[in-house]
Unconditional design. Structure first.
Length: 258
């Protein structure tokens, strides 16, 4: 079932449509940083493109768009992801990776491409679904972990297997042209937005790093190494990049027993 937006999962623990953020009181057509409560951390976008990370920044900064309760206009520059898909994209059959997604028009660096939308699940339901999969099954469940300054970790699990959008057709690449950024609009439940990490040509396949690494930073020794038992469950990577890791990224936390 196609859905452009996230929906509540079968466990019903999280309602992604709930409105919990207060709106800004800006009466201008477009909000301005430092005078708008939604932009207290600075501008999110410049000319509708995701603002580039500052020099020395290793992680994405929080992105809060103006929301349903804001008094600014629908044309506000701080409303990008919520406008939905604006590009012409095409689902196509790849040689070795099953279905893929490509753009039919050039995409400038920083431009919003699409969301990765589906059922928003709690940890236990996400783990139950993954453990029920066989080696031959495709895994669409994504786990996004945001690390806060106080050591707290916010987890979001999205499964577009049965209800989802065009983002489910995106393949992994060890040298991707998209980057995933959690964007919040109405509540703390983020929208998993994919932005162009570089200029992309028409006809080029779209991809992102399933591990969520930002700025395509090289792997570190701190990354979790799969056990020998896990290698039997891992799937080969066919991205063909020069830095290909041979296997798709692995998240053992969802496979561990309670």
């Amino acid at each position: 079932q196609y859905s452009p937006d996230n929906v509540a999962g079968a466990d019903g623990l999280t309602d992604p449509t709930e409105i919990t953020f207060p709106g800004c009181s800006c009466l201008t057509s477009s909000c301005v940083a430092h005078t708008c409560s939604c932009l207290s951390r600075g501008e999110n976008y410049s000319a509708l493109r995701l603002r580039p990370a500052g020099e020395g920044e290793e992680y994405t900064q929080p992105v809060f768009e103006c929301n349903t309760l804001c008094r600014c206009s629908e044309s506000c520059h701080n409303r990008v992801v919520q406008r939905g898909l604006q590009l012409r994209l095409e689902v196509f059959k790849t040689e070795r990776k099953g279905w893929g997604l490509r753009t039919l028009e050039p995409v400038a660096k920083g431009r919003f491409v699409c969301e990765y939308a589906g059922e928003v699940l709690g940890f236990e339901e996400a783990r139950r679904r993954i453990q029920a999969q066989t080696v031959k099954d495709s895994n669409y469940i994504i786990a996004v972990r945001e690390h806060l300054h106080n050591g707290q970790v916010l987890e979001t699990f999205v499964d577009p297997t049965h209800v989802g959008n065009i983002g489910r057709f995106l393949n992994h690449s060890c040298e991707p042209n998209l980057v995933m950024v959690p964007v919040r609009v109405d509540s703390m439940v983020p929208r998993l937005a994919l932005f162009a990490a570089t200029d992309i040509s028409a006809g080029e396949e779209l991809s992102y790093d399933y591990s969520g690494r930002f700025h395509n930073l090289p792997r570190t020794n701190q990354e979790q190494k799969p056990s020998e038992e896990a290698h039997g469950l891992r799937k080969p990577c066919y991205c063909g990049s020069r830095t290909c890791a041979s296997f798709l990224p692995w998240d053992s936390s969802l496979f561990s027993t309670p």
